[in-house]
Design a binder for this molecule. Structure first.
Ligand code: PLP
Ligand code: TYF
Length: 397
């Protein structure tokens, strides 16, 4: 049956990693996929994860199925992390959290859930957004629309146009928001802007769907939940897709969660029953290991402290690389003001490098950048930064 069927295109980001792996040049640099790398260019297992795995190895007595919604201790730990331990959402019991296979799985479970009840709604994504948002919500059956977000002139947020666009979004449509560390631009809303957006959401009745894949990579775990707190305080329906791929380095353990927040505990319990149906008819119940590890870390004070320190180490290294890149490009005499790279947050920046520059870096210097010029700052190290800056200078001549 496959003879007459055209192959599907590769994922633009994951496909780049395949190309990178094949490259034999020892100087090669991967600024593509959003995976953290340390100063040695490795993506290590965090020490807190190793310690939790040791506990698990010694204490785990069964590999029997988890419940459909995952381990209740995990859901509780996730809620404390995303809302804050003393949140009213938790004490009121008005959120349902289900362990999902990664942030992608969480988005898809949420999308399938919403599509069951509002199949005619549109899903609004930022322009630009993580390419897989289109894929995930499209696969769930939704029509996708775009709202203004990034301003190529200022290399910042076009908040006025964003608000104008979101003013027109009808009630029950879904608006996907990056809770922090916007992928691909690195441009976030400030606190006042999040407040205004939460007011707009509650006035208009559209459903915010927060993609929270980088908690801890902006300013810190507590600081980065600001957006979630604003929608929680508004008392409206919204969803949060958490991923622990980046902040726990649990990429291949597929560790995430979908949280549906509602105005009341009774509604949360109805939502939970339907999330379980979505999960049961998709993959039945989640993979256990990553969730168990994250729960041990979050619920053990010493391991939690260790985690926060390791996470701060990752965050601070990226900030240092942002500074080094701006300084390095200036030292190479590259034309233009690159200070915006220091203002952007999280793993990514829109470098502003043209397609010609991106392809020249790839061809001549074995430096891999996603089309459109998004760079993963974590791919930079003190050993490769000079090479990258010199290569960019040559490519831009
Ligand atoms: N959402 C965004 C914005 C991301 O960058 C990622 C990255 O992987 C995800 C969701 C998916 O997370 P996961 O790898 O846990 O599926
Ligand atoms: O944007 C990134 O690089 C990360 C990793 O289909 C990723 O979010 C990229 C593409 C994809 C899944 C994960």
């Amino acid at each position: 049956m496959w003879k007459s069927i055209h192959p599907a295109p590769p994922d633009s980001i994951l496909g780049l990693t395949e190309e990178f792996k094949k490259d034999q040049n020892p100087q090669k640099v991967n600024l593509g996929v959003g995976v953290y790398k340390d100063e040695a260019g490795n993506t290590p297992v965090l020490h807190c994860v190793k310690a939790a795995e040791k506990v698990l190895l010694e204490t785990q007595s069964s590999k029997s199925y988890l419940p459909i919604s995952g381990d209740p201790a995990y859901s509780a730990a996730v809620q404390r992390l995303i809302f804050g331990a003393d949140s009213e959402v938790i004490s009121a019991g008005r959120a349902a959290t289900v362990h999902a296979p990664g942030g992608t799985g969480a988005l898809r479970v949420g999308a399938d859930l919403l599509h069951k009840f509002t199949p005619d709604a549109k899903v609004w994504v930022s322009s630009p957004t993580w390419a897989n948002h289109n894929g995930i919500f499209g696969a769930a059956g939704f029509e996708i629309a775009r709202y203004s977000y990034y301003d190529g002139e200022t290399k910042g947020l076009d908040f006025a146009r964003m608000m104008n666009d979101l003013e027109t979004v009808p009630a029950a449509d879904v608006v996907v928001l990056h809770a922090c560390c916007h992928n691909p631009s690195g441009v976030d809303l400030n606190e006042d802007q999040w407040k205004q957006l939460a007011v707009l959401a509650s006035q208009k009745g559209w459903v915010p769907f927060l993609d929270f894949a980088y908690q801890g990579f902006g300013d810190g775990v507590d600081e980065d939940r600001f957006a979630v707190e604003q929608f929680a305080a508004a008392g409206i329906d919204f969803l949060v897709a958490s991923s622990f791929s980046k902040n726990f380095g649990l990429y291949n353990e597929r560790t995430g969660a979908i949280t549906v927040v509602t105005p009341s505990a009774a509604e949360a319990s109805v939502a939970l029953s339907h999330i379980k149906t979505v999960v049961r008819t998709n993959y039945s119940n989640p993979p256990a290991h990553g969730g168990l590890v994250a729960t041990i870390i979050l619920d053990t004070p010493e391991l939690r402290t260790m985690w926060l320190e390791e996470l701060a180490g990752m965050r601070n290294r990226i900030v240092t690389m942002r500074k080094s890149l701006v300084a390095g490009l200036a030292a190479q005499g590259v034309d233009g003001d690159f200070s915006f790279i220091e203002r952007q947050r999280g793993m990514f920046s829109f470098s502003g490098w043209s397609d010609d520059v991106v392809s020249s870096l790839r061809k001549n210097n074995n430096i891999y950048v996603v089309g459109g010029g998004r760079i993963n700052l974590a791919g930079l190290t003190t050993s490769n930064i000079d090479y990258v800056c010199a290569s960019v200078a040559a490519a831009m001549k």
